[in-house]
Design a protein around this ligand. Structure first.
Ligand SMILES: Cc1cc2nc3c(=O)[nH]c(=O)nc-3n(C[C@H](O)[C@H](O)[C@H](O)COP(=O)(O)O)c2cc1C
Length: 460
């Protein structure tokens, strides 16, 4: 049996993920693992159609496909995303259709589920029989128990191919509306005061719904807003995963392209950020993914604190809750306030115009009021993963993060809440006594829970 391993790490063979796959290979010596460094070779795959065809033919010869990649910003690396786009663009779906595939990732488990959801959806779109996914932590391979689990996963994948095990389809095709947005300038203007509004778009076609929506949004304000096309930015390539930035936030591209300078001078200086993109497969474009991945120079710092953000999306966003979650997480993890989304899904130009006008008012008002709604599990849970990792395993090499977290009180471990811990210990001790237990758990729990809130309300 031959397994085509599609390596998504831009680091090629020097990849953590690939070491896990080498382990699987060692445990399955009867079978042949063929490696394709698609992320590292993305420029060649893109430019050289013959090379792309040759690689596709070799993948075609395999019995199964293993999508193996590192998690990058809740998804696959931008180079891998581009590879997926090329498969559809060059009509190579048939190479994959009917084959069994599995997904293997390494990460720190930060939004690993969204990357796996995405890939499962892509497998469905390609007509692949999705045999399951495995999300390994970066250090799992050192643990003999974890190795057993990984080994089981590999064996199970191969058995699924051999036995042609039936699979459940969880993702069905995305349906697009055939609709042309007719833009109309908004007459009622929103006053944005002295707030700087920056719209980032990736639209390449002035006649597209997205371009029209961005222009309508522009017309909603009484002063100018800045619109920048991320395709026109000087970005030489996707994040290379080299971690040069971990020491002092200097990116290895610095001096060769303009990304970090742009991010520091434009994105970080805006008060209101609008991200505008068109759905491509089950995410936005790989260009957008590249833009997000390259933010990694700032590592795990929430650098958009106090800003308002919103999204203008062309395409079936309501059918892609996974994408929506990723976009909201992006904002929450940067500690900005997500004001919402406007899309063209209504299929009615007047309604879309109203949505855009509403969004314009919303971002301006929230910015003036300094509003920031509470983060949900996406931001709260995500920050806890970062906090723990930066404090422990990732303290080295992420030196810049460590000092930033320390300085800004982001190491907010509950152990530090001494008074709360003391009180909890006292009450825990008291639960040893039957009388206390009965009184609290049977009679007073509800009243005691609201007592401090009631007293607060009386004094406000
Ligand atoms: C640009 C970038 C983005 C990342 N994003 C995530 C992420 O969203 N979630 C996560 O758990 N790990 C994330 N990581 C960590 C990598 O997934 C992890 O280090 C992985 O094991 C690297 O594998 P590789 O050596 O095969 O490239 C990110 C790393 C980089 C460089």
């Amino acid at each position: 049996m031959t397994i085509a391993v599609l390596n998504g790490s831009p680091k090629g063979e020097k990849s953590v993920t690939m070491n896990y796959i080498k382990f699987l290979e060692k445990k399955n010596l009867k079978h042949k693992f063929k490696y394709f460094n698609v992320s590292q070779k993305i420029a060649k795959l893109e430019k050289n159609k013959e090379y792309f065809k040759k690689e596709m033919a070799a993948i075609n010869d395999a019995d199964g496909v293993l999508w193996a990649f590192p998690l990058y910003y809740c998804l696959v690396p931008s180079q891998y995303k581009r590879f997926i786009e090329l498969i559809f663009k060059r009509r190579a779906e048939h190479i994959f259709s009917g084959k069994y595939a599995a997904v293997f990732t390494t990460s720190i488990h930060f939004f690993d589920h969204t990357a796996h959801n995405y890939m499962e959806g892509i497998c469905s779109d390609l007509g692949i029989k999705y045999a399951g996914g495995y999300s390994a932590g970066m250090g799992d391979l050192f643990d003999p128990e974890e190795r057993k689990q990984i080994e089981y996963f590999g064996r199970n994948f191969i058995t699924s191919i051999q036995k042609e095990t039936a699979v459940l389809i969880n993702y069905y095709p995305i349906e697009w509306k055939n609709f042309n947005y007719k833009e109309k300038d908004n007459e009622l203007k929103t006053d944005q005061g002295n707030k700087k509004i920056l719209v980032l778009t990736d639209s390449t076609n002035p006649g597209s719904n997205l371009s029209g929506m961005v222009r309508t949004f522009w017309s909603c304000f009484n002063k100018g807003i800045e619109i920048i096309n991320i395709n026109e930015l000087d970005i030489k390539g996707g994040c290379l995963g080299c971690l040069r930035c971990a020491y002092d936030n200097i990116c290895s591209y610095d001096g060769n392209d303009g990304y970090t300078e742009f991010y520091r001078n434009k994105v970080m200086k805006a008060d209101i950020l609008i991200y505008a993109g068109t759905v491509r497969d089950r995410y936005l474009s790989s260009r957008w993914k590249m833009f997000f991945d390259r933010q990694f120079f700032k590592n795990h710092k929430p650098v958009l604190s106090g800003k308002q953000a919103a999204f203008i999306i062309s395409g079936p966003l309501s059918q892609l809750p996974n994408l929506r979650e990723i976009l909201e997480a992006e904002i929450q993890m940067n500690m900005a306030n997500c004001c919402g989304f406007a899309t063209d899904e209504a299929g009615n130009s007047a309604a879309i115009g109203e949505q855009l006008a509403g969004l314009a008012e919303k971002v301006a008002e929230a910015s003036t009021a300094g509003y920031s709604k509470p983060r949900t599990f996406l931001g709260v849970g995500g920050m806890k993963i970062f906090r723990d990792q930066i404090y422990s395993h990732l303290r080295f090499p992420f030196k810049a993060d460590y000092y930033y977290y320390k300085k800004n009180g982001l190491f907010d471990f509950p152990q530090k809440k001494r008074k709360e811990r003391l009180l909890a210990s006292i009450f825990l001790f008291l639960t040893r006594f039957k009388g206390f237990r009965e009184e609290v758990y049977n009679h007073r729990m509800k009243d005691e829970m609201v007592k401090p809130l009631k007293s607060l309300l009386e004094n406000i």
